[in-house]
Design a protein around this ligand. Structure first.
Ligand SMILES: *[C@@H]1O[C@H](CO)[C@@H](O)[C@H](O)[C@H]1NC(C)=O
Ligand SMILES: *[C@@H]1O[C@H](CO)[C@@H](O)[C@H](O)[C@H]1NC(C)=O
Ligand SMILES: *[C@@H]1O[C@H](CO)[C@@H](O)[C@H](O)[C@H]1NC(C)=O
Length: 630
């Protein structure tokens, strides 16, 4: 039988010797060297305590070796012994398995096992080896192969580490004492199941008296009530984790925890001034900014958002106030035009209120503040203003030069009330049809007008301050020229009237109409007649259709172009104006040779075709005669 001895197991050996006092258990009877006992780091005085702490079941064939041994000599692990070995050198001990050649050595004579290298439990916590006792000469095993384990015993060689650090955390300002901020955690690579090497205790190195840490859990809590962000908004804590339950000699690691106090709305808005003064020009355009005021608020973000309100003021509807969302300023806007001459200053009361109020802090006072804003209006020299910006006037087309048409009127809105001179912007009256009296503003005609050329005149009238001629007001005079009957009606077009030789008596050969450039209000009404010299002629007659057209009819048949190729009919057209105007227009009627459908084949004079030869043929014949003569 092979027996095992080791240093690490000795205290267990002592115990087991008590429980099972069997002499057969290999080297138990063989006393482990007293030196081994002294080397053990676990010289725990009470073996019972050791048993209770290590609930694992004991494995007999295992050795214990301390990690991180730093001595110069190989570290004694234990002794292997076979009963067959009588100490006469016939038995040889052989080691195989994990690290059997690189780490562990066995004295082939004595069975002493040593570790030749430093071991690290955190890298490898046990080695499985096999041992055999063989006959030195024959190499035949004298015992069956037997496995055993070398366990690497932990020492506290790893400090706790905060793997998630450094930490960032936030807690609302004004939190009650003991409010949890964040939980930190350190890990220790040492054996958590053995000893205290991995048992960590937390403490706060930096950050008192504001914060505390729970020693066992690493929970960080506020340690002061009502910490004020507006006083200080950030704390950098240093938290330490120490193993060996925080006792002397333990290893420690630290981390930082940056705690930011988050804002709560615990500060009301506050106007830094009780009065604000602003001066604006009366010419300030509507929708312009009149004033920008700011209610200060020590809070930030949504807790500093502001609503402004015009509480009252002596210019209702003149101003409005809105919030500039970027700056939370109150922006006073002009809603209606200012007029220095009417009102030269305004007093407004403005209230600023926090938009988001935290009910926990209502006792900190009303979350609003008021202030006064005085707006002073400054006079601006304004140009003259027309009493009516657009004056409509009418004038008869036949008005004589110098006829007064109407009057424009402008005044200086300034208190100085300067005198005004009127003139016409000549670009709007290039042909100078009109004049304006510089002092009275009376507009009159300067020359005859023609409605048919210009029905409406759009004049720009300038009103210029006599004392300050750069101050110019503008008004418009829209002058409509009223029609008079000064145009006679005429044929609407140049008619070309053809009359077939085969036309019958009473046939309509032309329908005529008329135009007149005048535009009587009730519309045109034209009267048609053949002019007096031909009124009763035997050839043609005219029928007034009473719809501003007239028809020309034949009065006989048998017209012959050889007899008379063209007839000229003077037609009288009279309008309905007062007085009436008329004109005589000549209608030419050409007599034509027509086919049976009344389509004209040839019209008017017949002179050349009388020979039956065309002019071209005649020229050709003439040419032949000349050639023959030559
Ligand atoms: C005044 O300003 C507020 C906020 O911008 C707006 O809702 C309101 O319509 C404005 N009032 C007038 C009369 O412009
Ligand atoms: C008259 O002229 C002004 C510009 O000179 C123009 O704005 C206005 O529309 C005009 N009025 C008419 C009826 O043509
Ligand atoms: C009517 O016709 C005849 C014959 O062609 C002519 O002599 C006479 O002058 C015509 N009268 C008028 C008014 O055209």
């Amino acid at each position: 039988m092979m027996g095992w001895c080791c240093s690490g197991i000795c205290r267990a050996l002592a115990l087991l010797a008590l429980l099972f006092p069997s002499r057969e258990r290999g080297c138990w009877g063989l006393n482990p060297s007293s030196g081994d006992l002294e080397k053990s780091p676990h010289s725990d005085p009470d073996p019972w305590e050791a048993l209770h702490r290590h609930k694992r079941s004991w494995v007999w064939n295992q050795f214990f070796v301390l990690e991180e041994y730093t001595g110069n000599e190989p570290l004694y692990v234990g002794k292997l012994h076979s009963d067959v070995d009588k100490g006469d050198g016939k038995v040889k001990y052989v080691l195989t398995g994990e690290g059997s050649s690189s780490i562990f050595t066995i004295d082939e004579n004595t069975g002493d096992i040593h570790a030749t290298k430093r071991l690290d439990r955190e890298a490898q916590s046990y080695y499985t080896l096999a041992a055999q006792a063989v006959d030195r000469i024959t190499n035949i095993p004298v015992e069956p192969r037997s496995e055993f384990v070398v366990k690497v015993q932990d020492i506290n060689d790893n400090e706790p580490k905060f793997l998630d650090g450094p930490y960032l955390a936030g807690v609302p300002e004004m939190s009650p004492l003991g409010t949890m901020v964040v939980q930190v955690a350190a890990t220790d690579a040492d054996d958590p199941t053995y000893g205290n090497s991995a048992r960590v205790i937390y403490s706060i190195v930096h950050g008192q008296p504001y914060f505390s840490v729970e020693p066992k859990t690493g929970v960080i809590r506020t340690a002061l009530p009502n910490m004020d962000r507006e006083t200080r908004d950030q704390y950098v804590l240093v938290i330490q984790a120490k193993d060996m339950v925080g006792q002397m000699g333990g290893l420690s690691g630290t981390t930082s925890v940056t705690v930011t106090l988050t804002d709560v709305n615990d500060n009301p808005p506050h106007f830094t001034h009780k009065n604000y003064q602003y001066t604006v020009l009366e010419s300030l355009p509507v929708q312009s900014v009149v004033a920008r005021i700011k209610a200060a608020d020590a809070d930030i973000g949504s807790n500093a958002e502001m609503d402004y309100r015009l509480m009252d003021g002596d210019g209702p509807g003149m101003f409005n106030i809105t919030t500039d969302e970027n700056t939370q300023d109150g922006v006073v806007i002009l809603l209606k035009p200012l007029d220095f001459e009417t009102k030269s200053s305004y007093s407004l009361r403005i209230e600023a209120t926090n938009r988001n109020i935290d009910s926990d802090f209502l006792s900190s006072g009303p979350f609003s503040d008021t202030t006064s804003v005085k707006v002073t209006v400054e006079d601006v020299n304004e140009p003259p203003v027309f009493s009516t910006p657009l004056s409509k006037m009418v004038v008869s087309e036949d008005a004589k030069s110098g006829t007064s048409i109407g009057r424009v009127s402008a005044h200086d809105p300034d208190n100085s009330n300067n005198g005004i001179r009127y003139s016409i912007d000549r670009n709007t009256d290039l042909e100078r049809f009109f004049n304006v009296d510089a002092l009275s503003g009376v507009i009159s005609t300067a020359k005859p007008l023609d409605r048919e050329a210009n029905m409406v005149h759009n004049l720009t009238i300038l009103a210029i301050e006599s004392q300050d001629p750069v101050q110019i007001g503008k008004g418009i005079a829209l002058i409509t020229v009223l029609d008079i009957n000064d145009n006679a009606p005429v044929f609407a077009i140049d008619y070309e009237t053809l009359l077939c030789e085969n036309a019958r008596t009473g046939q309509v050969i032309q329908t005529i109409s008329a135009v007149d450039r005048d535009e009587p209000l009730s519309g045109h009404r034209f009267y048609f007649a053949l002019a007096a010299p031909v009124a009763g002629n035997p050839n043609f007659t005219l029928r007034d259709n009473k719809d501003n057209t007239a028809s020309i009819l034949t009065k006989r048949s048998g017209f012959r172009r050889r007899e008379q190729p063209v007839y000229r009919l003077p037609v009288l057209i009279v309008d309905s104006g007062s007085p009436t105007l008329s004109s005589t227009n000549t209608l030419s009627v050409r007599v034509c040779d027509c086919d049976s459908d009344g389509v004209a084949l040839s019209c008017g004079a017949v002179a050349y075709t009388a020979t039956g030869l065309s002019t071209g043929a005649l020229v050709a014949i003439l040419g032949c005669i000349i050639t023959l003569l030559g």
